[in-house]
Design a protein around this ligand. Structure first.
Ligand code: TEU
Length: 558
């Protein structure tokens, strides 16, 4: 089947299955629940879903620890349910990409259960093992992504196995051709089930430097040996040539700590590796060194620098665009926006500012109704393994209690994982029993039902925005130019085609700010979208006064 570039016209909605819709009364989302909400997604206007893992898993990392790649976690449903979901999505013109987690498995996977039995077990080399140091120390000083060490001892083998994440997530040994074969079989299984592609979890970690040794990096020790390793491109090209290229499918790689240069290698079409990647430069503008627990004061110029770098620099690849996902705190109230007084204006501003950049936009569940951070007040409310493990690490580092009390609620991934707020009933229409994670206290005022009824809601703004995005097809290939890279409060960019200029003006402040639109644009400009109701005179003015968190998208005939 010939591969097409459908992903360039995709609008992708990420579903975190555990938190989307419970249909069987166990307090956890499931596949039937997703099927029941497909008309909502269709009405929103999206045309593709990225589904976070639904595979069999002990759920230590909510499914990013897989124990059977070819079956469904029973509380989520069955393979039959899954197939029905795919068919129902396709009937609605919605494609489906799955989360492919093949840097590591769960320690409950049968491969690992075999591998840990002995060094001679045929599955032993599916994973990465090393002897401890002579002085009884761990094989290396590496630090994992959850802030802990990366080696776990197995007495039966008298060796340690590598885990860059939780110890229940042993890293696969991609040097082993059998592992490569297993991954190809997994890809085929789901593609033959009708799946349209994959979001590839931490895919730039799969190749490690074979000479594993102590690292000397300032924080993520060892990362120079496990990020963008020596055979990464070879492995990805192999998967593309031998499997992916035989289907009209899309791949987007989650590539932590990647550079623009790496991204161009990973996503240049002629290299036949990935179609897109997620980079995190923009979500790292309120932390140090990409470590979200090291909070940094946000400055708009840094956000614009990050966006400009990828909009202008990714000349051979294709950008993904996002402001939220299941690992990030909610965007409303972030990036100097308001979660309170100007919540609606902020959510609409954030939506417009990223959606009309060049690339494929992703929307994370709940973002379209302006869901906010959880604001839990006690550690016991958090369920995320990363949150608890980082808490322990910060305590061990003897950081001030006041700092820990701030950075945990700020950085916890549970902020994005509170159940979807469908209505104002006791369990927000998500379930009819107490859910696995507390529902946000503001579900009475922030939920889909009230959003549908409120013509001025964030949800109705998203629907209108998506309609405009689809109507203005030429935007896909339009150029990008930041008009005010140095401005402290305004983010203004232009997208240009042969016939039109799209001018996107965003006020990231509570200030009233005057902005002069080029007089030459005057006669031919149309206000396509905005988050304040304006009289005709205001729409046509060339000198405008932007209100707090005001966003405007103009179309100007050249
Ligand atoms: O996340 C990769 C990763 O590094 C995350 O730890 C992320 O950088 C961090 O949480 C940001 O706060 C992927 C998945 O998205 C994540 O949910 C998994 O926990 C992780 O890989 C392991 O599979």
């Amino acid at each position: 089947m010939k591969k097409t570039n459908w992903f360039k016209n995709a609008i992708i909605y990420q579903i975190y299955p555990r938190s989307f819709q419970d249909s069987n009364g166990d307090g956890m989302g499931d596949i039937r629940g997703i099927i029941n909400r497909l008309d909502y997604l269709k009405d929103l206007g999206i045309n593709c879903v990225w589904l976070s893992p639904v595979y069999s898993s002990p759920q230590e990392d909510n499914g990013y620890d897989i124990s059977d790649y070819k079956d469904i976690y029973p509380p989520f449903g069955t393979l039959k349910d899954f197939k029905e979901m795919v068919d129902e999505m396709h009937k609605r013109g919605i494609r489906l990409i799955m989360d492919l987690v093949v840097n590591h498995t769960s320690s409950e996977h049968r491969w690992f259960k075999e591998a840990r039995k002995s060094v001679d077990n045929p599955y032993h080399d599916y994973y990465i093992w090393k002897k401890g140091k002579k002085n009884g120390k761990l094989p290396t000083n590496w630090m994992g992504f959850f802030g802990e060490n990366t080696w776990e001892y197995v007495p039966e083998c008298d060796e340690y196995y590598l885990h860059l994440f939780a110890k229940g997530q042993p890293d696969l040994n991609w040097e082993n051709p059998k592992v490569q074969e297993e991954v190809k079989s997994i890809l085929k299984f789901w593609l033959d089930m009708g799946v349209d592609g994959f979001r590839c979890d931490v895919i730039n970690l799969i190749s490690k430097d074979p000479n594993i040794r102590d690292g000397h990096e300032f924080l993520l020790k060892g990362s120079k040996q496990f990020v963008n390793g020596p055979r990464l491109h070879e492995f990805l090209h192999m998967l593309n040539k031998e499997v992916l290229s035989k289907y009209d499918c899309m791949t987007v790689g989650e590539t932590v700590f990647t550079t623009l240069e790496d991204a161009k290698l990973l996503t240049s079409p002629e290299r036949e590796e990935l179609d897109m990647i997620f980079n995190f430069d923009h979500t790292n503008t309120d932390n140090y060194l990409g470590i979200k627990w090291l909070m940094r004061k946000f400055k708009l110029v840094n956000l614009k620098k990050a966006f400009d770098k990828w909009q202008l620099g990714n000349t051979t690849g294709w950008n993904s665009l996002f402001i939220e996902n299941h690992d990030q705190r909610r965007s409303v109230g972030r990036f100097n926006t308001s979660e309170t007084t100007y919540r609606k204006e902020s959510a609409k501003l954030l939506a417009t500012m990223y959606f009309f950049q060049k690339g494929t936009p992703f929307i994370y569940e709940g973002q379209e109704i302006g869901m906010t951070n959880a604001h839990f007040t006690s550690l016991s409310q958090y369920q995320d393994t990363e949150t608890h493990s980082i808490y322990k690490t910060l305590k061990k580092m003897h950081l001030p209690k006041s700092y820990i009390a701030k950075t945990i609620p700020n950085g916890s991934r549970d902020n994005a994982r509170t159940p979807m707020q469908w209505d104002n009933t006791e369990f927000a229409g998500f379930s009819n029993v107490k859910p696995w994670l507390e529902i946000n206290k503001n579900k009475d005022s922030i939920n889909v039902k009230e959003s549908i009824e409120d013509k001025n809601s964030i949800l109705n703004y998203y629907k209108k925005m998506i309609e405009i995005y689809k109507d203005e097809k030429e935007l896909v290939d339009a150029s990008y130019k930041d008009l005010l890279p140095k401005h402290k409060y305004l983010y203004v960019y232009e997208r240009e085609t042969n016939d039109n200029i799209y001018l996107c003006i965003n006020n990231f402040s509570t200030r009233f700010i005057k902005y002069h639109i080029d007089e030459n644009y005057n006669a031919k400009k149309t206000l396509l979208l905005g988050n304040y109701s304006l009289i005709e005179e205001q729409k046509q003015a060339s000198t405008i006064v932007l209100q707090p968190f005001e966003t405007r998208l103009y179309k100007i005939k050249k």
